[in-house]
Design a protein around this ligand. Structure first.
Ligand SMILES: C[S@@+](CC[C@H](N)C(=O)[O-])C[C@H]1O[C@@H](n2cnc3c(N)ncnc32)[C@H](O)[C@@H]1O
Ligand code: SF4
Length: 348
């Protein structure tokens, strides 16, 4: 049975195949797909300034990405999130969005959405809306233009704010994601809350995760959200609410603004038990957990034949070893990341 109680559909040769259930009984209903490892920003916690990117031949074509996503939809995935790198810098991205939108129209998919840095949003927003996307996550860590440039190295705050304006004007619901960075934006959370909630947007604060070598100490960036929350509680009334988006964020309602504030604390285990998601990179590597190295190559079975038998077998085998939880640790002795790949590879 799928999440909404229906039988799996006869899609892409999936007839008779069961939905994806991992060894801990968790149904996999959410797929995040990194459509490119490239980006027009170089956020300090995400990438080093001189990143080397993947050769084109290794990256799945738009048609292959469509086939891969559709195979997951055929096996019960109800929510697809396109991410990156920056998804909107992938050439032809709207071809993929428009192709995947057929699953919304057929009712096989509940939601198609993107996580973006917002830089290209103004350009694409009309097409994104027309495709049937209803909500977007936009990452924005500061409202200070100089700080924004320092964090993203290459980004322009006004361009991102213009993208958010355009998206809201088009009627898209926006959630803002901000990474909490010690000594960088920790004096700004109250302002971000008032700004986001004043515009009808939820805000989620994210703890820095130890992913990938970035040429700077993680311990210098790491700011526990428990501390942020305690400090915010001195200024705002934070009421616990039951709201869940199917993601790992825990939400409170800020009584003074009426808006929702989420906390994503990946270094704790509190979201693993209800984890319904897996991630695929733009090379077709399936990661069963953001915080573990174990992965499965789906590109080989995808390219080996035109039907999906090999692909489904590889997906089944991989879901069969989805781990119970992650192993995030910032190693205080070596200062090495616990997981060597960058967030821009697995896509957050
Ligand atoms: C990798 S980005 C990809 C999508 C898009 N480029 C963006 O920035 O929204 C997805 C999310 O991961 C977050 N992120 C990147 N590296 C991170 C890290 N080391 N720890 C926590 N969050 C991180 C970003 O802030 C962003 O919200
Ligand atoms: S967080 Fe997003 S915008 Fe920033 S460098 Fe990583 S992929 Fe690019």
């Amino acid at each position: 049975m799928t999440q909404n109680g229906s039988q799996p559909r006869d899609l892409n040769g999936a007839a008779g195949r069961p939905p994806l259930i991992d060894p801990f009984g968790r149904a996999i209903s959410y797929l995040r797909v990194s459509v490119t490892d490239r980006c027009d920003f170089r956020c300090v916690y995400c990438m080093s300034e001189n990143m080397s990117f993947l050769p084109k031949a290794d990256v799945l074509s738009l048609e292959e990405l469509d086939r891969l996503c559709s195979a997951f939809v055929a096996r019960g995935v109800r929510k697809l999130r396109l991410t990156g790198g920056e998804p909107l810098v992938r050439r032809g991205i709207m071809t993929l969005v428009n192709a995947l939108a057929r699953h919304l129209r057929s009712g096989n998919l509940d939601e198609l959405t993107l996580t973006t840095n917002g830089s290209q949003l103004a350009k694409y927003v009309a097409e994104i809306k027309a495709a049937g996307v209803r909500r977007l996550n936009v990452s924005l860590d500061t409202l200070d233009a100089d700080k924004f440039r320092a964090i993203t190295r290459w980004g322009d705050l006004d361009q991102v704010l213009g993208g958010i304006d355009a998206a809201q004007a088009a009627g898209l619901k926006i959630k803002i994601n901000a990474v909490a960075l010690k000594g960088v934006n920790d004096d700004e959370f109250a302002r971000l809350i008032e700004w986001a909630h004043g515009r009808g947007m939820d805000l989620t604060l994210i703890e820095v995760m130890p992913l990938g070598e970035i040429g700077e100490g993680r311990l210098d960036q790491y700011l526990p959200l428990s501390m942020v929350r305690a400090r915010l509680a001195e200024r705002f009334t934070l009421d616990e609410i039951d709201y869940r988006t199917g993601g790992p964020a825990r939400y409170v309602r800020v009584a003074e603004t009426g808006g929702r504030l989420g906390f994503i604390t990946p270094l704790t285990h509190n979201f693993c038990e209800s984890c319904n998601r897996v991630r695929v990179t733009c090379t077709g590597t399936l990661y069963m957990c953001l915080g573990q190295e174990d992965a499965a190559d789906l590109r080989k079975p995808l390219r080996a034949s035109e039907d999906n038998d090999l692909l489904f077998a590889a997906i089944d085998e991989a879901i069969g070893r989805k781990p119970k939880g992650h192993d995030f640790v910032i190693d205080r002795r070596t200062r090495q990341p616990a997981v060597a790949r960058h967030m821009s590879v697995t896509g957050g």
